[in-house]
Design a protein around this ligand. Sequence first.
Ligand code: 6GU
Length: 225
Amino acid sequence: MKISAISIFPEYFQPLQLSLIGKAQEKSLVEFNVKDLRDFTHDTHRTVDDTPYGGGAGMVMKPEPWGEALDQTLTDGCDLIVLTPAGKRFNQRLAEKFSQSPHLVFACGRYEGIDARVTEYYRSQPRYRVHEISIGDYVLNGGEVAALAIIESVVRLIPGVIGNPESLVEESHAQDGVVEYPTYTKPAEWRGLKVPDVLSSGNHGAIATWRAEAAQLRSQHAERD
Ligand code: 6GU
């Protein structure tokens, strides 16, 4: 899979060289590249934003640098992911869908967002799929941190990235909104707290039942959809 990101803060993506994702790159399972949006400006100040039509606070990202950057980055059949708090809420289903893509392109907006014609234009191009995505109901200064979260959740689903693929089946959210059961390891007692007896019983049926019930309780408590 190819992953591209466009941002005015390309250094944000430095952590992708670490750990799991770094290894996936070494194994050529993913190829990551990041572009600086300011490289697609033509004025001495490398301007990427301007005041909003209609007035109001903040600045809006200009369409021209985004158009030039995206024209040079998008490929036929790619998924363009525009990060915005106004987007569709990201979840494990979308992570699974994106993990099937040949090429993900992350457009990281800052300030009050990107001129709305940018998504409108690329949506009108049938060779691209455009997704406006949010990672939750809170406001970040820009899309970079959201892109990092999405990239990590997607890359770990690519076959060969995770050592034991069975861990992907049981884990939290793999089954429609049900989170994982609580887990324990040695010692059997820690600070007066004991590991539930059933887990040492050797009774695999009883263990499975206990885990299913504990997962249900946890899911209700987490109040997820
Ligand atoms: Cl994708 N961007 C910004 N700026 N804030 C967010 C977000 C994205 N998702 C949640 N909050």
